[in-house]
Design a protein around this ligand. Sequence first.
Ligand code: PHE
Length: 340
Amino acid sequence: MKEKVQAYIKEIDGFIATTPEDLDEFRIKFLSKKGLIPALFAEMRNVAPENRKEFGAILNNLKNRAQQKINDLKETLESSKDSRKDDVDLSLPANFMEPGSRHPLSVVRNEIIDIFSRIGFSVSEGPEIEDDWHNFSALNFPEEHPARDMQDTFFIEKNPDIALRTHTSSVQVRVMEKEQPPIRSIFPGRVFRNEAISARAHCIFHQVEGLYIDENVSFADLKQTLYYFATELFGKGTKTRFRPSYFPFTEPSAEMDISCFICGGKGCKICKYTGWVEILGCGMVDPNVLENNNIDSNKYTGFAFGMGIERITMLKYQINDIRLFFENDLRFLKQFESAV
Ligand code: PHE
């Protein structure tokens, strides 16, 4: 009988249940009325009276041991059932949320807006789909004038009057027809030109336009404003130069260059080996443009400028291919200011 008890203890301790059915089978085998342990209690009759006390204790221990085992396994089964139900493992590391980053063109656009707003310029926007008047005629481009070919235009639905704006100068017209001077605003936006795509040119790009109209605005104001801008954006040592140029809507007109940041003026692919990079066109608003927009050109004068954000961003971050801005390669985009 002692051997039987030893064998049962061994079996009870080593028992593992993976399902509630296993556990029930185990209970029936050892503890049910016809089970092995009640059968041992029944054998007590055959035990000598002086040994019964000792034996009773051994059997009670055995019974408790089996019962304890059942309780433990029940708990284990239930808790594993619970965790399967919720499918939550609190010990797992949390999912990593990738913080985005701002597009380099947005970073630079925001910086340009910031620089001009510090000297009192407000921000306006106009439509990307324009008519001939706002993109050309009101800006003093005569019809059939070769100056219209300076900017290869995308026309819409074969209607020569509707086009994708080729420059943000169209917003000058939109602002002048609504507001009387003093006007002191910049207009950031996307522009479109039917150009072959290369490392230096794209058919979609971004400009920031500026317009300042008031009494007694002079070319000196224009130069000083743009010099302030260039040194704020590129640092105090930045050199600027103005070259005479031509735009139908400004007279006189100029282009402003800054010393090339990529090669430091020695000459490289981006500056076409000149050491200088053109960053904007500018000039005094042509009186015809003021008159086209019902602003008295005897009373008011003004200056305007327009710059390409891509070109400026390429200089600032030493990027040598404009196409990178439009490819959305995360390895490129991640290198710029984080959005958070
Ligand atoms: N609109 C001109 C361009 O796209 C730039 C410019 C703007 C020039 C304002 C003079 C004044 O090239």
